[in-house]
Design a protein around this ligand. Structure first.
Ligand code: FBP
Length: 349
């Protein structure tokens, strides 16, 4: 007689058989959108594949001799890592094969790339491997993307004007963080959703729906490279000095955290709150970060999650309009409480 096993709990309780994958999430959004052509879904799915491919490659970098320098420099003078070049290649091939992307702006490419497609209706701007200077040390890196819908007719070749537009023209923004696990944070302009890559399923799974920056006592964290202090304007120095003093609200100073990979520092800021900044300085008046594929997408995500993003002058990052594809911007981004402290400090609030 077979042994009857007392089944403690029905299996279904253990395994969520109704998980929402990124592709299902995109399809459901498409169903909600009037007059959807499916193009938007195609480009979003292509981005999802590029992130999975890069995540897989980053994880094996050491094993397949992909660490170290490639021996060339990119458009803004950074020494390129082998992974920068490979991440860039993966992005170019994935966007080209989607047949829906007409132009690509990449941190690793001097000029914008035009794809031979007559159906291309989107422009993608990306930083394929953000924080790559840290990669050989096993520190988290990421990919940052902004997406624009092209206004010129599909038959016309793409041009810089298709992306030299205000940040308000983005139709989506996201970043993938290749850390302990691979996270994807995505906004389509209707809030922010967080996904985690299930490497067994090979799918991004919706794990943090409707992400919002904490408003109830967000962590008092400032994140800036203080190694640049000697190049800062006096007002920047006094602002950070003030954060190191006990604050009115709780008589405690801020804590400092700086990974040196923007995606990692921003992901912590989204989840815990706080302020990330890369101010302008005598070394570089507009700081280091690029507007189209670092400033804009992070500002869109943060604002959609309830935070703020401004430049040194207190101007809203999304209001800015680049004149060149690799334009840089100073940036102060994070919890509204902390960005407002900076705005008050410079007399803009
Ligand atoms: P890239 O690695 O894509 O060039 O990005 C720039 C970046 O590495 C950010 O990720 C990071 O926040 C910042 O530069 C670090 O700069 P610094 O070393 O000057 O603090």
């Amino acid at each position: 007689m077979p042994i009857k096993q007392e089944c403690q709990e029905p299996l279904a309780d253990k395994i969520d058989t109704n998980i929402i994958s990124l592709s299902r999430f995109i399809i459901e959004k498409q169903k909600q959108a009037k007059n959807a052509t499916g193009d938007y879904s195609l480009v979003l799915n292509a981005l999802g594949f590029a992130f999975k491919f890069i995540a897989h490659t980053v994880r094996r970098a050491e094993l397949i001799h992909l660490t170290g320098l490639f021996g060339t420099s990119n458009a803004t003078g950074d020494q390129q890592k082998k992974l920068d070049v490979l991440g860039d290649e993966i992005f170019i091939n994935t966007m080209a094969s989607s047949n829906i992307v007409k132009i690509l702006v990449s941190e690793e490419q001097e000029e914008l790339i035009r794809f031979e497609t007559t159906e291309g209706t989107y422009a993608v701007c990306c930083d394929p491997i953000d924080g790559s200077s840290n990669i050989d040390a096993g520190v988290s890196v990421g990919t940052i993307v902004s997406l624009f819908k092209i206004t010129s007719p599909p038959s016309e070749p793409g041009c810089e004007q298709d992306v030299l537009r205000s940040g308000h023209d983005m139709v989506a923004a996201c970043y993938a963080l290749y850390g302990a696990s691979t996270h994807l944070l995505l906004t389509l302009g209707d809030g922010v959703n967080g996904f985690t890559l299930d490497t067994n399923l090979g799918e991004f799974i919706l794990t943090e729906p409707d992400v919002r920056l904490p408003t109830d006592h967000p962590k008092k964290i400032y994140s800036v490279n203080e190694g640049n202090t000697c190049y800062w304007d006096e007002s920047v120095k006094t602002f950070f000095d003030a954060l190191k003093q006990p604050q009115d609200e709780d008589n405690e100073p801020y804590s400092a955290r700086y990974v040196g990979s923007m995606v990692a520092d921003m992901h912590r800021t989204v989840l815990y709150g706080g302020l990330y900044a890369y101010p302008g300085s005598s070394k570089s008046r507009n700081g280091k970060l690029r507007l189209l594929y670092e400033g804009f997408p992070m500002a869109f995500l943060i604002e959609q999650a309830g935070g703020k993003a401004v430049n040194d002058k207190g101007e809203r990052i999304l209001d800015l309009v680049p004149t060149k594809i690799h334009d840089k911007t100073s940036i102060w981004i994070g919890s509204s409480r902390d960005v407002d402290k900076y705005l008050k400090h410079i007399g803009k609030l």
